[in-house]
Ligand binder design. Sequence first.
Ligand SMILES: [Zn+2]
Ligand SMILES: [Zn+2]
Length: 233
Amino acid sequence: MNFLDFLFPRFCMHCHRSMPSIHDGFICNMCAKELVLSDGGCCQRCGRPMLPEAAENLICPDCLEVNPSFQRGITLFSYKGIGRELIHLLKYRNGQFLKLNLRALFNQLTSRLSAFKGGTFIPVPLHYFRHWQRGFNQSEWIADLLSQHCQGKVKNMLVRRRYTRSQTHLTREERKANVSNVFSLKKRDVCKPHEHYILVDDVFTTGATLNACASALQRGGAQRISIFALAHG
Ligand SMILES: [Zn+2]
Ligand SMILES: [Zn+2]
């Protein structure tokens, strides 16, 4: 046990067992193993887990129907159980302390993330009022962490022009209407046709928000657009 571990003993945020080392983050290894990782076959457009075994060129029924403005998507785990708890810690309890756990996850899924190497990562923006209320934008620091892993850069290119209702209790159609024409490029920003833009959010639910952001980039001239969300659910 090192000196810091002695001074600041840590407990797993999920099972509350004591953690052996400061280097393990705040979710213990046993709990981290309970995450349902999207490491089998996933929809290549939105990242939705589909088959237990890896398979190429899968497209889910939603993407076939919607034909979203992004071409590729990656999500890392299911939004249930500990996955859900991770997102809640991150969003409502300023969970930047989960950095170590997320880095470990990125390392574990590094071959999947190699598709984003050298890309430009764009966090889904919060409305300035909600940003002020919460004090931070969780998508922004996921984008920071991911860009470091993928040797890319972060650009805050989008603005949210309207304050929107929380999407949590809305149907698919209501979500779509709720975010239509909400996002636009910042005044001085233009998209380069050859640059790979990766939109970053915490959770992919129906994809309405990410798709609205992708449309805004497309209107600004972007041609290579992907999306990333930690969880799919
Ligand atoms: Zn635990
Ligand atoms: Zn899909």
